[in-house]
Design a protein around this ligand. Structure first.
Ligand code: GLY
Length: 356
């Protein structure tokens, strides 16, 4: 039996790692059980920080997302200082071109602006001539999610978080309304507080309405790193240019359970929609393609906070916004655990909303 004194986090993706770093910095002893770091949705994502481009309507979810985006510069700066590694945080703004004019041109945010057809083509040369206008969201941006999770994991290790890789949890044993222990194939673990941050895999351990929603992605090599410098977020398609010349194109959204792999249909859809938005990519080099599973919930909002078990906290179901929501999730969950403070921002995301 490994009796960890303090916190045991199940899940070693961006959410588990971000919480581990935050709690460790507050003095807790933290262990992470990670089944397979490479399979986490954190690697599959494009890294957009896009509450406005995702068109999240004014709501607690928009508040949560914008608060998290505001934390990104400081959060990634601290991780970079701690590790000497990069995160690729880039507040480059996101342009959302449209092929049909919306009825309402009132901006979602005071800082966002509507560009008419002439303005948008002057602002971003190369767009499909059929584009009639679009939104410019200067506060949205991106982070290189693969660099970020690597840096976050290094930060966790540097701070002394005990990361058990290859530790697939087989069952969660409960006793008298509390979690008693966690079983993996070879070992048992006990802690004072447990945190479930297993994303798409959550409902395999606890009855929660979280399901995998597959996203296929691909990457092109741009002719020069300056060929495209801001994120383009069009209908069902986004193009995310990294400073090193890689261009991420995403993403399909498929209800196919755990069916893995890229498909001709998925790749074709991405390429057609990408070229339809920004035709110059037709000649660029295909560099890579992959897929991953987003943790979708029935209302598309994350599940954050207390659970039916006294000593289990939930941080899962981040669906399309796991990268964006990592810093605010880590802070609010750490506040809940270390100060027993439930921030008003957290309340709407309590898992009991599904069982009312
Ligand atoms: N955040 C974009 C996506 O999940 O496709």
């Amino acid at each position: 039996m490994d009796a960890t004194k303090d916190i045991l986090i199940i899940g070693g993706g961006i959410i588990g790692l971000a919480i581990a770093v935050e709690l460790r910095q507050r003095g807790a002893s933290v262990t992470i059980l990670s089944r397979d770091f490479q399979e986490a949705a954190s690697h599959a994502a494009a890294g957009m920080l896009a509450p406005y481009a995702e068109q999240i309507p004014p709501s607690p979810m928009l508040d949560l997302c914008t608060r998290s985006r505001e934390m990104y510069a400081d959060w990634t700066g601290k991780l970079e200082n701690l590790t000497g590694l990069e995160t690729g945080y880039n507040p480059c703004g996101i342009l959302s071109p449209v092929f049909e004019l919306p009825d309402n041109l009132a901006p979602l945010a005071p800082t966002s602006s509507w560009l008419n057809q002439t303005e948008i083509h002057a602002f971003q040369p190369g767009l499909n001539p059929d584009i009639l206008g679009g939104w410019w969201h200067p506060e949205d941006g991106q982070v290189d999610n693969r660099k970020l999770v690597h840096t976050l994991r290094q930060a966790a290790k540097t701070l002394g978080v005990n990361i058990q890789e290859g530790a697939a949890v087989q069952s969660i044993i409960q006793k008298s309304g509390k979690i008693d222990k966690i079983l993996t194939k070879n070992r048992e673990y006990q802690a004072q507080i447990y945190i479930l941050a297993t994303g798409s895999w959550s409902s395999e351990l606890i009855p929660l309405p979280v399901r995998p929603i597959k996203g296929q992605m691909l990457a092109l090599r741009m002719p020069t790193p300056q060929s495209l410098e801001r994120v383009l977020f069009g209908p069902n398609t986004y193009l995310v240019p990294r400073k090193n010349g890689r261009l991420i194109i995403g993403a399909t959204s498929e209800e196919v359970g755990w069916t893995p792999h890229n498909t001709p249909l998925g790749m074709n859809a991405l390429l057609q929609r990408g070229m339809g938005l920004y035709p110059p990519i037709a000649d660029w080099t295909i560099e890579d393609f992959w897929w991953g599973f987003r943790p979708g919930t029935t209302d598309e909002f994350p599940i954050l906070g207390p659970s039916a078990y006294d000593n289990l906290v939930l941080a899962t179901g981040h669906y399309r916004n796991g990268i964006l929501l990592a810093p605010i999730t880590a802070t609010l969950i750490a506040d809940l655990i270390t100060h027993q403070v439930t921030d008003p921002l957290l309340k709407p995301f309590n898992g009991d909303r599904f069982f009312a």
